[in-house]
Design a protein around this ligand. Structure first.
Ligand SMILES: C[S@@+](CC[C@H](N)C(=O)[O-])C[C@H]1O[C@@H](n2cnc3c(N)ncnc32)[C@H](O)[C@@H]1O
Length: 257
């Protein structure tokens, strides 16, 4: 699956949600000016930017294995320390950060338990570690519609609600508790975006970003036309602008002091 995209391409697809989600997520997590924070799986920097606004850009670090996203995040938040690395291999010393956060990333990690342990390692005792992921089964309408439509035309289509782990508050809490975090709490976070028309929804899938984009771009012309028609039907044949809601689930916990 591809996360090799420009910021503008990503924003047409997912960033239009993650920009809003970053603000809601950080208000759940907390954070104060002067604290040091790390954004794991930063993408083009939606959450990094919100962290920099709240804490000061020079107090913020970010990590992502995608070269294009690291370039985009560095351009977006020039004062931040942005590195091209995976979550399991963070290059910062033990106990460097007051706050370690990760938005829409946990379910893409090859080993989420190892990723959580690495996030814990770089957090100071008493510091906060938090993550959020989409509720793929029910609350993320853009992707739910797409995968339901995909299964209308192809019973074997992958569906992120079936393939992704850590998509419920319970699963996230269990991961955090088994990593040894204390004061674990969860919340659901609601955001939405408005599409100017159906093509504003559909065209970004053709950019090949993430599992949805990878699936769409794997289809031949005929199947792709069927998928487009099925999405159009499931969205109620929109004639002009429409708004879709998206629900994420979030978890936060403390590293024991
Ligand atoms: C859905 S995007 C979320 C990006 C950004 N956090 C946001 O909210 O828009 C998933 C991100 O996870 C990153 N990712 C994939 N595998 C990763 C890994 N092993 N370690 C860290 N990040 C990873 C991708 O490069 C991509 O930027």
């Amino acid at each position: 699956m591809s996360f090799d995209a420009s910021r503008s391409a990503y924003d047409r697809y997912m960033g239009r949600y993650s920009n809003q989600l970053a603000a809601a997520f950080l208000s759940f997590v907390g954070g104060e000016p002067g604290q040091r924070a790390l954004d794991v799986g930063c993408g083009p920097g939606a959450l990094t930017e919100v962290l920099a606004t709240g804490l000061g850009g020079e107090h913020v670090a970010a990590a992502d294995p995608s070269e294009s996203f690291v370039v985009a995040c560095s351009a977006r938040v020039p004062e931040a320390d942005v590195r091209r690395v995976a979550a399991a291999d963070l290059p910062w010393d033990d106990m460097t950060f007051d706050l370690v956060v990760s938005q829409l990333v946990l379910n893409f990690l090859p080993d989420a338990e190892a990723g959580a342990a690495e996030m814990l390692r770089v957090t100071r005792p008493g510091g906060t570690i938090a993550a959020c992921t989409w509720d793929y089964a029910d609350g993320m309408t853009m992707l739910r519609t797409f995968w339901d439509a995909a299964r209308d035309i192809d019973a074997g289509a992958t569906d992120e609600a079936r393939t992704m782990r850590f998509t419920t508050e319970r699963e996230l809490a269990e991961l955090w508790e088994s990593a040894g975090l204390t004061d674990v709490r969860t919340r659901s976070l609601e955001v939405s975006t408005t599409y100017v028309d159906f093509d504003d929804y559909w065209q970004p899938f053709l950019l090949g970003i993430g599992p949805g984009g990878a699936y769409a771009t794997s289809l031949d012309v005929e199947r792709l036309a069927q998928l487009r028609a099925a999405c159009f039907e499931r969205l109620g044949r929109p004639g002009d602008s429409f708004t879709l809601a998206a629900r994420a689930v979030a978890v936060s916990g403390q590293r024991a002091g």
